[in-house]
Design a binder for this molecule. Structure first.
Ligand code: ADP
Ligand code: MG
Length: 249
């Protein structure tokens, strides 16, 4: 399915926060994305699901302005972002936790958090290191240690915590559950639910279903750089044929 995706029956259509319309992207001469259209509303968790190589990372990078050559429309709370560089997009309130984390290995945990700090948003308590350390006690215990010495799971938590320091209005996460122990996946799920309750929109790119099933309201399925399916997460969970067709499970 391509083109604009309506809200599935039975779900309200809240205020769109991030709107991506007819996004095409190329690496060199190779077209990677074709007509990718989706939206994330404030206070909604939306999964972007697809197998390895489907185009999830390219979609997130392209939306954040890091990506390859692109064509299409990006709007953020109604404002056109199409020509915005990544730092301006971040200031507007779009957060991004990249797949490769991009931590500063030679800086401490606390210093990495400071690198993510952006001004607070109106009507919302700002994220602080103290609040984040309460959520991630392991990071608090290693606040003065180097990020490069953290375990893989702790580095993922630090990448998420650093993105939260930017007080995002919409947060995009690229495979945050990859390689995490189930207990940490539950921690991430709890944080995403808290963000949703604060009205933050979340776009969750995942190839595994477990985190998406725990938190997502809706899901888009991407395959070969095109959105093929769009459904409430609960509907997709109960649809083994769709999961077999488009996902690894
Ligand atoms: N830097 C790049 N140069 C050329 N092709 C790329 C590059 N990055 C990704 N691709 C290709 O784009 C497609 C989508 O990749 P990606 O967005 O990383 O998928 P996913 O995140 O869903 O696993 C794949 O066919 C991949 O080989
Ligand atoms: Mg990827």
């Amino acid at each position: 399915m391509t083109g604009r995706s309506p809200a599935p029956a039975g779900l309200p259509a809240p205020e769109p926060a991030l709107e991506v319309e007819s996004l095409d992207a190329w690496y060199g001469g190779a077209r990677i994305l074709t007509g990718v259209t989706f939206h994330v509303a404030a206070g909604e968790v939306v999964a972007l699901l697809g197998r390895n190589g489907a185009g999830k990372t390219t979609t997130l990078r392209t939306v954040f302005g890091l990506g390859p050559r692109r064509r299409g429309r990006l709007r953020f709370f109604g404002r056109d972002l199409t020509a915005c560089p990544p730092h301006r997009i971040a200031h507007r309130g779009l957060g991004y936790v990249p797949e490769d984390r991009r931590l500063f290995a030679d800086l401490t945990v606390a210093e990495n958090l400071e690198m993510g700090r952006l001004p607070p948003r109106p009507d919302r308590p700002p994220w602080t290191p103290a609040r984040l350390f309460a959520l991630f006690p392991n990071l608090g215990a290693r606040a003065t240690g180097l990020a490069g010495r953290l375990s893989g799971g702790e580095q993922q938590m630090l990448a998420l915590a650093r993105a939260l320091m930017g007080n995002p209005l919409v947060l995009m996460l690229d495979e945050p559950s990859e390689g995490l122990a189930p207990r940490l996946v539950q921690t991430v799920a709890q944080i995403l639910r808290e963000l949703r309750s604060q009205g933050v929109g979340v776009l969750l790119a995942e190839q595994s279903l477990s985190l998406a099933e725990a938190v997502a309201d809706r899901a888009y399925i991407i395959e070969k750089g095109e959105i093929r399916h769009h459904a409430p997460m609960a509907t997709l969970s109960a649809d083994p044929a769709a999961r077999r067709t488009w996902l690894a499970v």
